[in-house]
Design a protein around this ligand. Structure first.
Ligand SMILES: [Zn+2]
Length: 414
């Protein structure tokens, strides 16, 4: 511990120099490295530098006293107010985003309340609220520190959807077809808009905000979103808006210098045919999709858009699945270095899920999320996670545990 204390003190004393070196050139921390080497009495045998997922410098020092990590938090402890603003920004909807907020996005508007009809669909309509409440109970999030989105409005939606498609949602039978709940066809459309489409639009706004947060903070999680069966022209499989396509197009449009390419890593149990149809023949977007080939949507034309496709048999289990995910993701990131990674983290791969029909344990899901965050961080690629499908009652608890695990491993931090 003596070694760690000495180094942390040195780092704190040198933090103003660190910040100026950091601000002077985003990628270079050499000034700080040489400062530390010259001034630190502890012998630094070897120092590796890399950048943390949050976009801050992150140093791993191997000291004679053993291997320790100096977190970015210690480095930034004594920063001036001005310096701290590097992680604050105003989003494209005009809201100031503070560094005190976690880049975890949620709104109480997310939950679907369709007069009890949602219970007819094998879907936990309160999954999102349950995840938030779990993270609150564990003292990770609070109402003040969660990032809250605004509802996606027509201007935002028209970046992806045609007016014709948006108009079609004014027909209850159309929404009944998308949600696969026939009874919706006889509910007045204004109720459907308020109780189902509006929550979905909040989740879409959440995905877009998560995209912006990832650009500024290095990572983000939208507790909702991940509607991967919806394309610009057509909804389906409970997905009414194409939030994945929208988030990518939003970043291309508003952050053209920082985001020129994107990778979608779709690990929901179902094929992500919505974004695949939208990015067909688009060289700027690399799609990796791992799905059960024996279930919905079996969209063969859309498969043409997948650059790395892994088709699973029903009841594939942990070891085979995790090995495939790790190897294929490594290979994909080797081939294509994206400016943003959109991780569609569906949990319908869970053993016992009647729709996903795979055999992955809760621990397998947690390990999967860990692998994806680790790979993104190794390559310094900002990552956005969307929770997507996952229909069992225990899903919310597993997602919460996974997020807490990412924090415990320091793969995410405020
Ligand atoms: Zn799914």
């Amino acid at each position: 511990m003596q070694g760690e204390y000495t180094v942390l003190q040195e780092v704190t004393e040198s933090s103003s120099l660190a910040i100026s070196a950091y601000n002077a050139e985003w990628k270079s921390h050499h000034a700080l490295l040489s400062f530390m080497s010259n001034h630190n009495e502890t012998v630094l045998r070897k120092m590796n530098e890399s950048e943390s997922a949050s976009g801050r410098p992150y140093f791993i020092a191997l000291l004679t006293s053993g291997c320790i990590s100096i977190s970015a938090e210690a480095l930034f402890q004594n920063m001036s107010q001005d310096d701290q603003k590097i992680n604050e920004f105003t989003d494209k909807r005009g809201k100031r985003r503070s560094q005190n907020e976690w880049p975890i996005v949620y709104s109480k508007e997310y939950d679907v309340k369709l007069c009890g009809l949602q219970k007819l669909h094998p879907f936990d309509a309160e999954k999102w609220r349950h995840i938030f409440l779990n993270l609150k109970k564990e003292n990770m999030l609070s109402d003040e520190t969660v990032s809250t989105p605004v509802e996606a409005d027509a201007e935002m939606l028209l970046l992806v959807h045609t007016q014709k498609y948006l108009n079609s949602l004014k027909w209850s039978w159309k929404v009944a077809k998308i949600t696969e709940i026939p009874a919706i066809a006889i509910i007045p459309n204004w109720i459907i808009n308020q109780r189902y489409l509006k929550p979905m639009r909040f989740q879409v706004g959440g995905s877009v905000l998560a995209g912006e947060l990832a650009i500024h903070r290095g990572w983000s999680i939208n507790i909702g979103g991940g509607f991967h069966h919806c394309s610009g022209n057509e909804g389906g499989g409970f997905c009414s808006y194409a939030d994945i396509t929208l988030l990518i197009k939003w970043l291309f449009k508003f952050y053209p210098q920082r985001v020129k390419t994107a990778m979608i890593v779709d690990l929901d149990a179902h094929q992500g045919n919505g974004h695949e149809r939208d990015f067909f023949n688009d060289e700027k977007v690399f799609i990796m999709d791992v799905f059960n080939r024996e279930i919905y949507p079996r969209d063969s034309p859309a498969k043409e858009a997948i650059k790395c496709m892994v088709e699973l048999e029903s009841y594939t289990s942990d070891s085979e699945y995790l090995d495939l995910v790790e190897r294929k993701l490594e290979r994909s990131l080797h081939k294509f270095h994206p400016d943003i990674l959109v991780y569609n983290a569906g949990t319908d791969i869970l053993s016992g899920d009647p729709l996903g029909r795979l055999d992955i344990s809760a621990e397998g899901i947690i390990r999967r999320d860990e692998i994806v965050f680790m790979k993104a961080r190794e390559r310094r690629v900002p990552i956005v996670m969307l929770t997507s499908g996952g229909y069992l009652k225990k899903t919310a608890e597993i997602i919460s545990r996974s997020i807490l695990n990412l924090e415990a491993l320091n793969l995410i931090s405020r």
